[in-house]
Design a protein around this ligand. Structure first.
Ligand code: NI
Length: 251
């Protein structure tokens, strides 16, 4: 259930029996020669949609630009400063908390967001504690962390899965948007892997943008399996998050 497609009365009714909401968060950044710039936001948004259906949960609008400074050496990448994302997350959670939402499940599509999102949670909790506001809970989980997804990509791609522009995320976008499949030769087939420093260093080490992956292996059929495993794994994680013991009286 997407928040955008409800009326305010429907949201009031939802809040009478539920206080949880799913917030997809991704990134708008290069994903190599055959991966879409929207890959991380598309995967987070669409998997969140499936998760919301399975868990009967509301899904907020996607935070579609994240922390992608290290991809700025490639055209089309957009990024926020970490401090901007921390404020954006804090203000969005506070807006929803004002209406009675208490459990915020961030469904993540981009590894580069993780440190900043955790910092945003720490800022939010500290500010609410100082102000004496009621307890809220925030959880961040990346869709590829589900056991079912991990098992699938190991079977499908093994070492060719990689770390950026991964075979599995490209497969999910190929399943969801087959009209946007790009068939571009990749050389080398499996991209190099190493650490990197800044955007210039990234471009130097990974000239076509991929890290360690061979997304030429990605098919829409794989993407469908990965999408379904992710949606069901995330729905299970969401339900477990809501079922955790809750001491709402503690401030
Ligand atoms: Ni990605």
């Amino acid at each position: 259930m997407q928040l955008w497609f409800q009326t305010w009365q429907e949201v009031e009714t939802y809040l009478q029996h539920a206080q949880g909401i799913i917030i997809p968060i991704g990134s708008t950044e290069q994903h190599g020669p055959n991966g879409l710039i929207g890959t991380d936001a598309i995967c987070a948004e669409q998997i969140a949609r499936g998760t919301g259906e399975l868990a009967n949960a509301l899904v907020a609008p996607t935070i579609s630009v994240g922390i992608a400074g290290h991809h700025m050496g490639f055209a089309g990448t957009m990024t926020l400063a970490p401090t901007t994302l921390i404020r954006l997350i804090g203000e969005q959670v506070e807006a929803l908390a004002a209406h009675g939402f208490r459990s915020f499940f961030f469904l993540n599509g981009h590894g580069g967001n993780i440190a900043t999102v955790q910092a945003a949670f720490a800022e939010l909790h500290a500010a609410r504690w100082r102000a004496g506001l009621p307890e809220v809970r925030c959880k961040l989980l990346s869709w590829w962390e589900c056991d079912g997804v991990q098992k699938l990509w190991r079977e499908l791609y093994g070492d060719a899965e990689g770390l950026h522009a991964t075979a599995s995320e490209v497969a999910v976008t190929r399943y969801l948007f087959p009209e946007h499949i790009k068939n571009v030769p990749l050389d080398p087939a499996i991209a190099p892997t190493s650490h990197f420093y800044d955007a210039r260093d990234y471009r130097r080490r990974f000239p076509d943008g991929r890290i360690g992956s061979n997304p030429a292996l990605s098919t829409p059929q794989d993407g469908e399996k990965l999408y379904k495993a992710a949606a069901s794994g995330m729905a299970e994680a969401y339900r477990a998050f809501l079922a955790e013991p809750w001491d709402g009286a503690a401030v």
